[in-house]
Design a protein around this ligand. Structure first.
Ligand code: ZN
Length: 421
């Protein structure tokens, strides 16, 4: 059977509601759209065939397509609460053609499951078996080894099989601050500063995985929420998050959200992982000089983007002038980011261990806004037992975030006094 279908599959719409927040973990975001619970996953293999089974509390619509480099099967399902893997239950070991399975909220209402394949495979069947007796609903995918050529002939979302989940229409939560607010926020002194917080990773991208199994995306979101609450408490900041839930957000989109929100500063939160498990400590990154040069050059060549990004009409300028203007904007943002990083480190080192060279430079995509000072805080190493245990603790994160608030207070206080003098 080929991917164009005709295999026997049964699919019924799940029952909406009634299950929100069923996983109950304090760290997990509130689920407004979950339509059921994924309670167990099983993999089995016979001969050239591998079977994937997901046990569900409800029947679901699904759609499936394949991606190459590396070989993957992507399954879109309605939003589900997961009690498998990081949610509690065991993850099955790699079996047959399946190397790994990961999943996350792709956007509000949609769960995406990514099945990493060890080899080219064809979807021989996909269906939902209804619950019978004590057995829950089972979503089944049968995979069979195929040739590379056959696989490559039908790669990408245009070769979807099954039904698109209807929840894609549910609008994703967008930050409420808009460019118009920015003007009123910025003109007089002593108005609220707009802080864009960026909890790293999310959705299908778990980030680093700690030795206890905790996902970086969970830690970063928990920390961002704490920081938002603390910043807002002061009455001095308006805080927007690039993601409020466990959802995938592209790196460039994170920058654009900050731009749309009229952010005065962009703070990305992460936790690192490294093979050497003894390494621990916090570090603060800003954009490296080289990366910023390359970025400024690339921007200057795309004049429309440059206009939009630095907010100046560059259409009549020569490419050289465009280059210089973008470069100037970026340089000012970088200088500010360096000063913020210094303030943050000054405060954070009172609360925790710093990595040697606590202030680091890298080419992180999220740091490349030419008009917004941007910093990235690696709060510690999930590969290190002590750091991991600490980062899982609300109290520890709270101390770190209080230090970040003090650092930002210092920074914006400093800018204001410089303007007054
Ligand atoms: Zn990260």
């Amino acid at each position: 059977m080929d991917l164009k279908g005709n295999f026997p599959w049964v699919s019924r719409r799940g029952v909406v509601g009634g299950l929100a927040g069923a996983s109950g973990s304090l760290l997990m975001p509130r689920r407004a759209f979950a339509t059921g619970i994924a309670s167990a996953m099983r993999l089995s293999s016979t001969g050239s065939r591998t079977r994937f089974v997901l046990e569900l509390s409800e029947s679901v619509d699904f759609s499936i397509f394949r991606l190459a480099d590396p070989y993957r099967v992507v399954v879109d399902l309605p939003e589900l609460d997961w009690t498998v893997g990081n949610g509690g239950g065991p993850m099955p070991a790699p079996t047959g053609l399946i190397k790994a399975v990961r999943w996350g909220l792709f956007q509000a209402g949609d769960t995406r499951v990514v099945i990493d394949l060890g080899d080219a495979a064809e979807v021989k069947g996909a269906f939902v078996l209804p619950a019978t007796g004590g057995t829950p609903h089972r979503f089944v995918i049968d995979l069979e080894r195929t040739t590379k050529d056959k696989f490559m002939a039908q790669v990408g979302p245009q070769y979807r099989i099954g039904k698109q989940t209807p929840s894609a229409q549910v609008a994703q939560t967008k930050p409420e601050a808009k460019a118009e607010d920015r003007k009123s926020d910025k003109s007089p002194l002593n108005t609220k500063k707009v802080v864009m917080l960026d909890p790293g990773h999310g959705g299908v991208d778990p980030g680093a995985i700690g030795s206890s199994g905790i996902y970086e995306k969970i830690i970063t979101l928990a920390a961002a929420r704490q920081l938002k609450a603390r910043l807002e408490e002061t009455g001095r900041y308006k805080v927007v998050l690039t993601r409020e839930r466990d959802v995938s957000v592209g790196l460039t989109e994170r920058r654009e959200l900050a731009h749309d929100a009229g952010a005065d500063i962009f703070v990305s939160l992460h936790a690192d992982s490294i093979a050497n498990r003894t390494v621990r400590g916090l570090s603060v990154y800003t954009l490296s000089e080289k990366a910023s040069d390359a970025e400024a050059a690339a921007l200057a060549d795309q004049e429309n983007d440059a206009d939009r990004i630095i907010g100046v009409d560059l259409s009549r300028e020569t490419q050289e002038v465009r280059h210089i203007l973008v470069d100037l904007a970026q340089r000012e943002s970088m200088n500010l980011a360096t000063r913020v990083a210094t303030r943050l480190i000054g405060q954070l080192k009172r609360e925790t261990v710093l990595l040697r060279n606590g202030h680091r430079f890298a080419r992180f995509v999220v740091l490349k806004s030419p008009d917004i000072p941007s910093v990235l805080i690696e709060m510690g190493y999930l590969s290190n037992k002590e750091d991991e245990t600490a980062l899982k603790t609300e109290g520890y994160r709270s101390k770190l975030m209080a230090a970040v608030v003090r650092g930002l207070d210092e920074h914006f206080g400093a800018i204001q006094s410089a303007r007054r003098s």
